[in-house]
Structure formats: C-alpha cells, structure tokens
Design a protein around this ligand. Structure first.
Ligand code: CA
Ligand code: CA
Ligand code: ZN
Length: 553
C-alpha cells in the first residue's frame, strides 16, 4: 500500500470533529470531558485515498425522521443539507434519500408527481441546494424512484379514472378523440395501469373504481400498479430519470423491482436492462441500486440486467449472514463461514456481470433495526458493523444505526427520529402511529465525544475503507488460519492487496500460523473496546472481536 503518512491521533481527531460538527441544524459548542479510560493512541491513521467511482459508503436517510430545519417536527431537505458535514465527517460519500416527491403518505412511496418535491420536505430549490452541497463534498446523492406504482392521486390515474367514468366520444379508436381524450376509447393513460371490467378471481390486489371497473394495486388501494409493459410508461420514467439527473441526483435506488411484474423475474430484468441503458447513456457515472427482496439465488440474477447493484439481502436482518455470524453458534455461523460467504457472494455476482457491485446492509426502513437484532449489545453491534464494513462493494448504513438507534415491530417504529443531541436539535416527531422508542444508546453529540462509542467504531471502519480502496474494490481469497472464530482473507485490487484478520471469539488470541505474517505490518485495526489494541510482535495479538488490517512491509 502507498501513502503511509501518519496524521493526527484518532483521539485528537475525534475531539476536533466533535467541536466543529453538531451533525444537524444549529451548531453546539459545549463539550463534556470524556470520562473513558485512557485509550492507547491509534497510530495507524493514513491519508485518505477515495476514488471517485461507484464503490462508495452509503448512508440511507429517511427524510421524514432525520432532521427538522424549521420546527414543524418533520424532517426536510434543508435538514439533510445541515447534516452533510456530519455525514461526510463519518466517512460516507453516498446518500440514499427516501422518496421526496409529493405524496399523501408520510413515507412518500405513493407518488403524486414525479417532477416535484413534497411540500413537507421543502422546495425544488432546497433539493438543488442539497445536490450542490453533496457535489461539493464528493457525496453521490441517490433518490428513491418508485416505478412499480404511483399514487391514486397522480394525474395519470385521475385522468384514466375520469375517462373510464365517461362515455365514449363516438370516434373510432384510430381517429382523434372528440372529447379531449377524456374518453374510455382514446385516453392513453388507461393503459398506464391495469384496469379490468371484472375482478380477477383468486387475488385480493384489485380495487373497485366506478361501478364496474377494477384496478390492480399490490401494495395498497392508494398505490395502483403501473403497467411497465407499456412503452409509454417506460418513456415517462426515462424522462423522469433525465429530470433528476439534470437536477443533480447521482443515481437512483429503485423500489420494489420484483413487483414490476410479480413472479416474472425475466420481465423485471428486461425493464431494468432498458432503464440502465438509458441512464448510462445520459450519465455514464450514474449509479443505480435495486431493491429485489428475494433469496440470494433469486436477487443475484438481476445483475444480468446490467444494474450496478442489487441490495445484498443475504447479509441483512435477523436471518442474514451478518447477524447469524454474531448471534449464532457452530461452524455454519462462524467468522470462517462468513469469510467463505464473502467469496461466494463475489463469485456469484461476477457470474452475472463484470460491473456488479455488491450492496450489503444490516437493516433498512423495512426491517428491524440492527441494534435490536443484535440484542442491544454494544460489542455485538460493533462486531456486526465490522463485518459489514470490511465487505467488498458499497455497504449501506441506515441512519441511526451508527448510534444504535432502536426500532422494531410496525414499520413506523423502524423509521424513528434521529437523536442528534440532548437539546433536541433538529429532532423530528417521527411518523404518525409510531410507538414510543426507547433508545438504549446516547445521541450523536455524546457519541462523537466518546472514543469508545458505536459511532466512533463505525467512523474508524469507514475511515479505513476510505484509506484503502482495495477493501471495497478487491477480490477476496480466504487464507488458512487455525480456529473457527478466527478468519483471514486477502482482498486484492489493481495490484494492491490487504489482509483482513478477524478474531471473533470472546477472548483475545495470538495468531502465529498465518502465511507471510512475518512480512506484514499493521495497516489499521478495529477493536470493540477502544482501550484495547491489536499488536504485531512476532504473533498477531488480537483482542476479542477485533479486526486487523495488514499489508506488506
Ligand atoms: Ca420540517
Ligand atoms: Ca407491478
Ligand atoms: Zn375519444
């Protein structure tokens, strides 16, 4: 590895950052003295080496609950902008913004207008400012694009509904409409959705409109399914993509891809393929990540569409590989098994596409929060973050997971307010119908100042990714090392490589039997207790649940 120049100690950097950054809205200057035990100074901070490509560290922002800039209790775009210093300082260089277009729902996945900003979130000017501030900081801004359905309040749907209630104008179908296209024969918007005269049997995803028509809506009555077989609908979304790329979005997170044509992955892949070709023609640097909430075997197939990323559900949630490695027992849940899984994932993706970028995550707005999945155990929460943030690809971190925010049960609970400080700066009310969330860990301000916090574990892990481009971009090879709770991998990219060693047992270990160890030096490390350090002195001395990063001398 190159650029080995030592900078400030981590402790000094943390303190400086905490004074400069409040995270959200009005800056706070007050700092309490840390009462933590004296931590060893971290001697392995190197120059940043961030490459401007599509391998990034993403932060998922649920706008409604993130940061309120105007005191109405609802998060907004200006709030996100005020949080950018924090997001950047944490080491994220990508943001996935939950839907921001006008909608009657708080989550805004029912879009009424694809070319505007929801009033609760601000104005188009606010978006342009956010995009410009992201650009300035080298942060790629993804917006959530919902192509599977619109709101039933969208003009397309309202137009079609009105036509279906009207009488035919009398002109033949291939002749111009005599009633300004408010007409069941000529209105093109009727074919934007799925309308039928009779309710299909054996399915409950159809809703009545008028006296004798039905429309399909898989998610809810308010979200009619769009007909993506219709080339006009696809063209609409190409125009919409152009609009947002022009406004400063760097790409898209595509919602509910597997429901484009439910049960028909081949057609879904075909839709993606066309959309990707379009986006890459307009902006070759744009990045698109799709939500295909399916098994590993099924979601990886979608890489054949040419999409940059598909979310790595195999790693996520209680049942995912990350949580099972931390919570589970036995060889199948060992860190050795996790190391092998990283290779399996990489090979599977590569079998479908040579531009595939994995997008692993622990949780998102639809899943239980990481903190609860990991039993609100600080060591486990950090250890899980260590696994996520040493994977190749573009990891996604859900806002608040870096402070161990709580959230489980109903969806609203999973989208609870970010806690910035003890003063309530930027605090939102959270979604209507959210149950009170009891947070077990401190706010952002407090955790910034605590070197041993969950937040500072995330921050160092992200820093190490940003110092070592081959962690995200490299190919993994499992190295031989004794013990189930110990694993070692080599990640190689562009002639560079880094060895990552995991001691995920609950006791400290000294590792001596690792090929080439005598030729290596410590590049960095992650420990769950900041008072402990990894040492290389003959053997590699690793505290419980620590990760060492090694490079050639
Ligand atoms: Ca607000
Ligand atoms: Ca659909
Ligand atoms: Zn007509």
């Amino acid at each position: 590895m190159k650029n080995t120049r030592f900078l400030l100690s981590a402790a000094a950097a943390v303190t400086a950052a905490a004074i400069l950054l409040s995270g959200c809205s009005t800056p706070e200057e007050t700092m309490s003295e840390s009462s933590q035990p004296q931590a060893p100074s971290y001697r392995y901070e190197h120059e940043l080496n961030v490459i401007d490509d599509n391998y990034r560290n993403y932060y998922q922002v649920f706008v409604y609950s993130f940061c309120d800039s105007n005191g109405d209790g609802i998060g907004d775009l200006a709030g996100v902008t005020s949080g950018l210093d924090y997001i950047q300082d944490m080491g994220f260089n990508g943001i996935w913004l939950s839907p921001i277009m006008p909608s009657d729902s708080y989550h805004k996945y029912s879009v009424k207008d694809y070319y505007a900003i929801d009033e609760q979130y601000g104005t188009m000017e606010d978006f342009e400012k956010l995009a410009a501030e992201c650009e300035k900081r080298g942060i790629k801004l993804l917006i959530d694009l919902v192509m599977n359905h619109s709101s039933n309040e969208h003009e397309w749907f309202k137009h079609a509904s009105k036509s279906l209630r009207s009488n035919p104008c009398g002109a033949a179908k291939d002749k111009p409409c005599l009633n300004d296209n408010i007409c069941p024969v000529h209105d093109k918007y009727i074919d934007y959705y799925y309308f039928t005269d009779e309710k299909p049997v054996g399915t409950n995803s159809w809703y009545r409109i008028g006296s004798n028509r039905w429309y399909q809506a898989v998610f809810s009555e308010q979200m009619p399914e769009l007909n993506l077989d219709n080339s006009a609908v696809r063209s609409e979304f190409e125009k919409i993509a152009d609009f947002w790329l022009e406004k400063g979005a760097g790409g898209f997170r595509l919602d509910a891809v597997k429901e484009y044509f439910s049960g028909n992955p081949e057609k879904n892949i075909e839709v993606l393929n066309q959309f990707m070709k379009h986006c890459k023609t307009v902006d070759p640097k744009c990045y698109v990540v799709g939500e295909v909430w399916e098994s590993f075997t099924n979601y990886t197939k979608y890489y054949s569409s040419g999409i940059d990323s598909v979310f790595g559900f195999t790693m996520a949630q209680e049942s995912g590989k990350i949580a099972k490695t931390i919570n589970g027992k036995g060889a199948d849940n060992s860190v050795k098994s996790f190391a092998q899984a990283m290779v399996t994932v990489e090979q599977k993706l590569a079998s479908y596409s040579n531009t595939a970028i994995d997008a692993p995550f622990i949780g998102n707005h639809d899943t239980n929060r990481g903190a609860g999945i990991l039993g609100y155990n600080e060591t486990k929460i950090k250890a899980a973050a260590g696994l996520l943030l040493t994977m190749s690809g573009s990891p996604f971190v859900y806002y608040g997971d870096e402070i161990g925010l709580s959230g489980s049960g109903r969806d609203e609970n999973k989208r609870a307010p970010m806690i910035w400080d003890s003063e309530g700066t930027g605090l939102t009310y959270g979604p209507p119908d959210m149950e009170r969330q009891e947070n077990r860990f401190a706010d952002v301000q407090t955790q910034l100042a605590d070197e041993n916090s969950i937040l500072n574990y995330y921050k160092r892990a992200l820093r190490i990714r940003n110092e070592n481009p081959c962690i995200a971009r490299g190919t993994t090879e499992v190295l031989t090392v004794p013990g189930q709770d110990i694993a070692a991998v080599r990640r190689t990219f562009d002639g560079d490589s880094i060895v990552i060693v995991y001691n995920y047992s609950d006791e400290s270990k000294e590792i001596t039997e690792l090929d080439g160890l005598s030729e290596m030096q410590i590049r960095g490390y992650l420990t769950v207790d900041s008072a402990e350090e990894v040492l290389l002195d003959g053997g590699l001395k690793m505290p419980a649940y620590s990760i060492a990063f090694l490079t050639g001398k």
